[in-house]
Design a protein around this ligand. Sequence first.
Ligand SMILES: *Cc1c(COP(=O)(O)O)cnc(C)c1O
Length: 368
Amino acid sequence: MTFRPTAAVVDLEAIAANVRRLRPRGTELMAVVKADGYGHGAVPVARTALRAGATWLGVALVEEGIALREAGLDAPVLLLSEVPRGAEKEALEHGLTPTIYTREGLAAIAEASASIGGPARCHVKVDTGMHRVGAALADAPGLCSDAVRRGIEVEGLWTHLAVADEPRHSFTTVQLERFRAALAEVEAVGVRPRYRHAANSAATMTLPEAHFDMVRVGIAMYGLAPSPALASEDLRPAMSLRSRVSMVKRLAAGEEVSYGLRYRLERPSVLATVPLGYADGYARLLSGRGLALIGGRRHPIAGTVTMDQILVDCGDAAVSPGDEVVLFGYQGEEEISAEEIASWYGTIGYEVVCGVSARVPREYRGGP
Ligand SMILES: *Cc1c(COP(=O)(O)O)cnc(C)c1O
């Protein structure tokens, strides 16, 4: 049940259109739906992406994979990091595909797979230079042949790129060369992974040589650019953050507003109260920097963003309680994008959409 007029509206048609546009010909597409589908809702996004041509789902956590299974999704799901010790059996019983990059990780998956009597498959991840997680290049062939010896199919070999969102950065070439070398060495010990994959959204959009057998697409599927350099008219942002004016007051020039009285009205102004705040993921750092759309025009956030409410300085505009407020998304001809909000407080669009908190109801348009 929801009474509040604030919602994150998710356009599933946009997700489907983005998937169709992003999947390279002859290549499979993994829809990355970690962090509850970057805040959009993992289950509806996954369902939509699979109907639009995605064949795999990717998540960060075992819990996230189990949630997809409990919603009835039976597509292959890759866990993008090693399974935390103790969760191996649960992960395999739910048919989640583990990533492996350590001996200990391999041993734990092998034991769990033996204990449930099922064959297991895995994807081995190699670290080609990002240095977050992954097997050292020199260890990859040994890890792959050990997996096979322990009865675990190496269905995939993959890596992750550190600077693909900076077009033509030379380190991406270095990483791809290392990845190809690792593939050659793995094949030399007789292991032929069916899925070789390296590309995130940025590499999917700009680097055909990184596509291999599958691309792993997150942010671009949601319609956001991986970086300002990769802004594209072709992507349709799926999420907009909307609310309604809850109270309107006309104040005299010189009045100061919100906590700390940090915003002073320079002229007589219409001040609108909007029931959304930092507890909803509208960052407090946007105090004095943010803008909101009301009546198809941009208006400044007046003063401090509070936990549950913000104030908007509407100047001399005619604004009434109940009027729609768009924090990001379109209103008429005007748009504020999640990427633009990110630029106002030094972050990226990813964090803006992931940050919309669970307190904000999600409303879906155009779903399967
Ligand atoms: C999150 C993630 C992706 C998706 O990245 P985007 O930039 O959102 O496309 C791909 N691969 C791995 C390993 C990830 O963790």
